[in-house]
Design a protein around this ligand. Structure first.
Ligand SMILES: [Zn+2]
Length: 454
């Protein structure tokens, strides 16, 4: 009966909950410490390591910003699922672009972008804030399988007349790229009066107004709990990179701090635009909102990576896709274990990798312990003498290949042996006197005996 209760408990405890990630999960991964550190690195407040050298990225003017470009490339190169393009379009012009190809509709493209060049030293708000937000969203979204393609683009020479974005937008239009939305971020971390207002600059071009509405629906979704207030600016400014996409008829908006309320950084285009002047909770909240919008448009492929188990079988919750079961202890795939259900031949730790649409996610490890819990019946094993002085005899009527584990009362393993024949002797000479626990195990049975050593 005790054994049965144990089994039932084990079965009840067996559902492991690590389901497919939701948009809310991704929003909550936007990390203020990461944003803060990288803005300080990218605006020269602290040193950083680029291509193995300790450097300070103090200035990002277009004739002097290769270090900044290398920093961005290095950040992208640490992420999965991205193809990096170093787009050198002139002597001083260099866009850095990372593409995450959609698994379902690769030709449906959403662009999230910011300019990384500056007009002076530091320029933390304009536009280290936008650049680092793009990198943070890439860090999080690149872990996911997406329906649509996301392009993370960091433009050069915005400050010289939107040159980098213009080059890209013209080329995209010439190629007929199916860009469905361009979200440009330019200055997003200043909120002097703490009113949490921000602007969306929009014009009635392509689907730009619908894009603005979609951002506002994410903002107003009670699941996410945003504390920001939106000002829609229509007709919005043409003085940043999104307008080059408007010129090509694409849907585009600018998201950033509230110029409409005159609540934008007073240090605009000066070397007074430094990290210490930023409003970090505001910056964090706005980055989370943009994360929510991008994840919504990207389309998270819903792979459920949870598993459940009963006494004999572990089952992947995901019903469609292909499966590969692994041994957690050595990380190796188990040959032939390719169905949704897996019945382990032995106790152990297992996980499954589920693949759907060219995209894989793995489950947590599951400790499978329900095999071999049947006990030996009386008379199947004979263990004597007990108490024992030197030699303990273990006789079994019809069982060979017994595994013997001897523990002290604290549970520490003292001795482990495999007995090959039906009658065996265990030499306990030298073991200090006291009480020990002897566990005897066959393929499907197990029993523990209390042994007194004299
Ligand atoms: Zn700017």
């Amino acid at each position: 009966m005790k054994n049965l209760i144990f089994k039932l408990l084990a079965i009840m405890l067996c559902s492991i909950s690590s389901h497919a990630q939701t948009i809310n999960d991704l929003i909550n991964k936007v990390n203020l410490d990461t944003l803060s550190l990288k803005v300080q690195e990218f605006s020269g407040e602290v040193s950083t390591v680029v291509n193995g050298n300790t450097v300070t990225v103090l200035n990002r003017q277009s004739n002097n910003n290769d270090l900044a470009a290398e920093y961005i490339k290095q950040q992208f190169s640490r992420l999965d699922n991205l193809t990096i393009t170093d787009q050198v379009y002139s002597t001083n012009g260099r866009n850095i672009i990372a593409t995450q190809l959609g698994k379902t509709n690769p030709n449906n493209i959403y662009v999230i972008c910011a300019h990384y060049d500056s007009v002076a030293n530091y320029c933390a708000d304009d536009n280290a804030s936008g650049t680092i937000a793009v990198l943070e969203i890439a860090r999080i979204l690149s872990t996911q399988c997406l329906d649509n393609t996301i392009i993370y683009a960091l433009w050069d020479q915005e400050e010289n007349g939107l040159i980098g974005s213009n080059y890209y937008a013209q080329q995209a239009a010439n190629n007929g790229d199916n860009i469905l939305g361009v979200l440009n971020i330019d200055m997003m971390a200043y909120d002097g009066d703490n009113d949490n207002d921000f602007d969306i600059d929009v014009r009635n071009i392509g689907g730009s107004l619908a894009m603005k509405d979609d951002i506002i629906s994410v903002l107003n979704n009670p699941t996410y709990g945003f504390t920001l207030n939106v000002n829609v600016v229509n007709p919005g400014t043409t003085a940043s990179d999104h307008s080059r996409f408007w010129n090509q008829g694409y849907s585009a908006v600018l998201v950033g701090e509230a110029w409409s309320n005159n609540d934008r950084t007073p240090f605009y285009h000066t070397s007074g635009d430094r990290f210490s002047t930023l409003n970090l909770p505001y910056y964090h909240e706005l980055a989370k909102l943009i994360m929510g919008y991008m994840a919504t448009k990207a389309g998270l492929i819903n792979i459920d990576n949870s598993i459940a188990a009963d006494a004999t079988t572990i089952t992947a919750t995901q019903t469609e896709g292909s499966y590969q079961w692994y041994n957690c202890d050595n990380g190796q795939p188990i040959s032939g274990a390719n169905s949704r259900n897996y019945a382990p031949p032995t106790n152990g730790n297992y996980y499954v990798e589920v693949t759907l649409g060219g995209c894989s996610e793995v489950s947590d490890c599951y400790a499978f312990t329900t095999l071999g819990v049947e006990t030996f019946s009386d008379g199947e094993l004979n263990i004597f003498p007990n108490p024992v002085r030197n030699t303990l005899k273990i006789e079994s009527a019809n069982v060979s290949d017994l595994r013997i584990n001897l523990f002290d009362l604290s549970g520490k393993l003292i001795r482990s042996e495999t007995l090959q024949v039906q009658s065996n002797e265990l030499n306990l000479k030298g073991l200090s006197a006291g009480i020990y626990l002897l566990n005897v195990k066959s393929l499907n049975k197990s029993k523990t005996f209390k042994i007194v050593k004299q």
